[in-house]
Design a protein around this ligand. Structure first.
Ligand code: ATP
Ligand code: MG
Length: 569
């Protein structure tokens, strides 16, 4: 590829709209351009990086025995009605009506379509197992598309679906995909962790996410410093605490004029936040639900959602809380509360705590569950912190931020039962196929790799997914000798299958070096002064700045060696 003939519109300035490094650098390096919110065009280098990821994904999926197909992006609503997801999926599902008044949607995921295919084509246990995948554009009308390729509305996903005769065989399929994912993300050159995850709206019995560790991840992970436990903090179980054996003291109502916030109430009463219990009100499928957690804790939305069995929960604002309870926020408490009440298990083990009195300007002291109020459920509802012990071994936890690049789910028979996707087993009985589904955010991987690998000068691509492996700088486009040698080297590298970008533009060396750094191409070859003087080519590694001087005939072999080394790491 010749720089002079390519569309690589690099920018000198940082684009104002970009909040995170990958978004800023993808725009600055001319990899992507925005069409509209969350929707991007991939320019030549952006697409080249995406294709590199795709190829690794494809090779490993094929190696694991999955078969590539390509499903439609437009899906009939009827299929989604069968599973009940047309209503449940929420506004991320873009729905529309075609000219024949048929309801349709753009595929955010393909469980319905693939299950429909398999129920038509699979008859007997002999036709199973099946594992099918595609690499395709998905559409999700994300509420907050942001961070460029990280959270788009339109994005490229690899999605695979497995169909087995029974649980045991489905678990083998799951394990095979898990192993393939480990290979994929290692081959991409990423620092990542598989973590235990919540299964979300897709549903299913267990799942793992693959997280790229980065400073700007949207997910929080807890990783044990001692054992191999790692989980998304949404899912990480907090260990139950032992009950406080203190005797219950007499309930007291105390005046707390104008004291609403936890620290203010604590200061006024001379207590610690650990002695107070907060009453938070959420809307769950339109119903108000109060949640009790200790004063210094946060409610974990996903745990609450799972407990209540709803797709979403939302914390209510002051006015809605007042409408639902008749109490101004700041004075809410469990005693005599008129709405559904669920309690974090830490609170259930506490004695003699402080809560609001459900009356303006009053709190209660020595409140006790069981004596003063009842809960409709007690469960692990709070966000884990790094002061909590590891749920697996009790040792210290470390919190890290992560970017979810892959997700594997064991689905079970939820979809196959809803859509009547059955096969005839060896005993002649009809049974539902046991399913699994496995996603990889192909375009998100490119962004995640940049979040993890960049410096103040630009991107620093891991070699296996770099759009180009080599950038060859001709610093003397008007110098016959340099130009001839550059062209020769360019041809030689291309013949050996190296992806090389020849910077043959008539630009100053300084700006060529700057662009080379910005593009993050792992190996830079320079033919300039040193070549004219001593006949030497400089090879520089983008990742660590190390340089080597080589004779032209040594270059290709050296480059191939570095590329092969990176591929087998
Ligand atoms: P998230 O929690 O980030 O919204 P998800 O749980 O909705 O992700 P899945 O349905 O499991 O994601 O999709 C599979 C993969 O697709 C994810 O692991 C992620 O890498 C990628 N992905 C999901 N949503 C987006 C998006 N809006 N933009 C880019 N990639 C995405
Ligand atoms: Mg999502």
């Amino acid at each position: 590829m010749r720089f002079s003939k390519s569309l690589i519109p690099t920018l000198k300035e940082n684009p104002a709209e970009a909040e995170v490094s990958s978004h800023r650098l993808l725009l600055r390096a001319g990899f992507i351009r925005k069409l509209t919110a969350g929707i991007y065009t991939y320019l030549p280098l952006g697409l080249a990086a995406v294709r590199k990821v795709e190829n690794i994904v494809r090779e490993e999926m094929n190696r694991a025995g999955a078969q590539e197909i390509l499903m439609p992006m437009v899906q009939p609503a009827d299929l989604w009605h069968e599973t009940g997801r047309y209503e449940k999926y929420g506004p991320e599902l873009l729905r529309f009506v075609d000219r024949h008044e048929r309801e349709s949607c753009l595929g955010p995921t393909h469980e319905e379509v693939i299950t429909d295919l398999l129920r038509r084509e699979v008859r007997s246990y002999r036709d199973l197992p099946q594992n099918l995948y595609q690499i395709q554009t998905k559409f999700r009308d994300e509420i907050r598309p942001r961070f460029g390729l990280m959270r788009g509305r339109e994005f490229i996903m690899k999605d695979a679906y497995s169909f087995d005769v029974d649980d045991r065989s489905a678990e083998e399929s799951y394990q095979r995909m898990f192993d393939a994912y480990m290979r994929i993300f290692s081959r991409c050159g990423l620092d990542f962790r598989p973590v235990e995850a919540d299964s979300g709206t897709i549903g299913g019995s267990f799942s793992h996410e693959f997280m790229v560790l980065a400073d700007t991840g949207e997910d929080t992970l807890v990783i044990c410093s001692s054992c191999d436990y790692a989980a998304n903090s949404e899912k990480a179980a907090v260990m139950a605490v032992t009950e406080d054996p203190s005797p219950m003291l007499d309930l007291e109502k105390i005046e707390t004029p104008g004291k609403r916030k936890v620290p203010v109430v604590c200061e006024f009463l001379g207590i610690e936040a650990q002695e107070l219990v907060k009453t938070m009100v959420f809307s769950a499928a339109g119903e108000p639900v109060a949640v009790l957690v200790r004063g210094d804790r946060e409610v974990q939305d996903v745990k609450l959602k799972n407990l209540l069995g709803v797709a979403d929960v939302e914390m209510l604002g002051d006015k809605d809380v007042f409408d639902a309870t008749g109490v101004p926020t700041g004075y809410l408490g469990p005693i005599g509360l008129k709405i559904k009440l669920v309690v974090d298990n830490e609170v259930a083990a506490m004695k003699n705590f402080v809560t609001g009195a459900n009356e303006k300007n009053y709190h209660c002291r020595n409140v006790n569950m069981g004596r003063d109020f009842e809960a409709s459920a007690v469960a692990d509802l709070r966000q884990i912190t790094d002061t909590d012990p590891c749920p697996s071994c009790g040792e210290k936890l470390v919190m890290r931020e992560g970017i979810e690049v892959g997700h594997v789910f064991k689905l079970g028979t939820g979809y196959s039962e809803a859509m009547h996707a059955v096969f005839q087993d060896s005993d002649g009985q009809d049974k539902p196929m046991v399913m699994g589904c496995y996603g990889i955010g192909v375009s998100r991987i490119v962004a995640a790799a940049i979040e993890q690998n960049h410096d103040e000068n630009g991107m620093v691509f891991p070699l296996p997914i770099a759009p180009m492996q080599v950038i060859l700088l001709n610093l003397g486009v008007k110098d016959v000798q340099i130009t001839e040698a550059s062209e020769l080297l360019y041809k030689e590298l291309l013949e050996k299958g190296v992806d090389v970008l020849l910077d043959d533009r008539d630009e100053r060396p300084g700006s060529k070096f700057k662009d080379a750094d910005l593009l993050g191409i792992p190996l830079r070859l320079t033919l300039g002064k040193s070549f004219s003087k001593n006949g030497l080519v400089e090879l520089r590694h983008r990742s660590n700045g190390a340089t080597e001087e080589l004779l032209p005939h040594q270059v290709t072999e050296r480059v191939l060696k570095i590329i092969n080394l990176a591929a087998t790491k």
